[in-house]
Design a protein around this ligand. Structure first.
Ligand code: ATP
Length: 293
């Protein structure tokens, strides 16, 4: 399901002395089945933007088109339930929202709330636990006995149980160690590829943007500063560094080599790309194998 923003602005507490404009002049498209990363400095409007993707917030002006639904400032709050089902939102630290006594009940909560029978919801919970890569024996455990990474996957399973077409993740790896981060990102990629989910990811990890996303939106001061593929966005290293956004380590290394005279038609994002670009430029003796001697 694709999503389009047309001239969207959003002001918190509009019409009060505390009003503050968080978004302005937003025009963008998130294509069906794409994997979009949203990056930007803290306070640039990323979380506010994604809350428009399932009409948790409605624009103060402009239109957000989500599939075949148009959301405007006048949209009635009453008929938004089907939309919330189609666009699943995983907030920061989603494990804080776990509350049931067992993992199974927690995952089944959403579907039952939407009218599914207890038996079907229990089946769904088992399926979803498997989908997020956790073993069935966790179903009857308390969610609070699990590791941080496992709790987070249970919370994501609860969102997936609603069978969304779009999955929004607000910094899903925050606070996890590198192994936990790889597990979550691997799981998200699997969902994107196998379930054909449209994924929208807010992240501060440029390696994740380089490795997983096919589309990037850079937010700055409440509006879109740049959009493009990761390979395009990461070409302008100085532009990103000025915004304290950084680039993948490999790209940064290649940019330093470029200053020392190495040539790149495009700055590489991955080690394989870097090696392919460097090998023809290295003196023969530098690339010869030890057993050649
Ligand atoms: N509930 C709120 N009431 C008033 N202002 C808010 C509220 N939530 C966010 N803001 C303001 O809106 C602007 C955008 O905030 P937002 O949380 O969308 O940014 P962000 O890019 O997601 O930041 P972070 O990376 O720190 O999560 C900021 O100036 C913020 O202070």
């Amino acid at each position: 399901m694709g999503i389009t923003f047309q001239d969207v602005a959003y002001t918190y507490q509009a019409g009060t002395p505390f009003e503050s404009q968080a978004l302005h002049d937003i025009n963008l498209t998130i294509a069906d089945q794409s994997f979009t990363a949203i990056i930007g400095h803290t306070g640039s409007g990323k979380s506010t933007l994604v809350q428009h993707l399932n009409a948790l917030l409605k624009p103060t002006s402009g239109t957000v088109t989500i599939g075949d639904r148009q959301i405007t400032p006048e949209t009635n709050n009453k008929n938004l339930k089907p939309l919330r089902q189609k666009v699943g939102m995983v907030f920061q630290f989603p494990e804080n929202q776990l509350f049931e006594e067992t993992v199974a009940k927690d995952i089944a909560f959403g579907p039952m709330n939407f009218g599914m029978s207890a038996t079907d919801a229990a089946k769904k919970a088992a399926e979803m636990l498997d989908l997020v890569g956790l073993p069935a024996e966790l179903l009857e455990r308390s969610p609070f006995d699990l590791s941080g990474g496992q709790m987070r996957r249970v919370a994501i399973a609860g969102v997936l149980a609603m069978a969304p077409e779009v999955l929004i993740l607000d910094e899903p790896t925050a606070g996890l160690d590198p192994a936990g981060r790889r597990e979550i990102m691997g799981m998200v990629t699997r969902l994107h590829e196998q379930q054909k989910l449209t994924v929208v990811l807010i992240t501060h990890h440029m390696e994740d943007v380089a490795n997983y996303a096919d589309h990037v939106i850079v937010m700055e001061h409440g509006t879109v500063a740049k959009v493009g593929q990761p390979s395009e966005i990461f070409q302008d290293v100085e532009w990103l560094q000025k915004r304290q956004l950084g680039v993948p380590e490999t790209t940064e290394f290649a940019a330093r080599l470029q200053k020392r005279g190495f040539k790149f038609t495009r700055l590489p994002l991955t080690e394989v790309e870097l090696a392919a670009a460097l090998l023809p430029q290295l003196p023969r003796e530098a690339v010869s194998q030890p057993h050649d001697e």
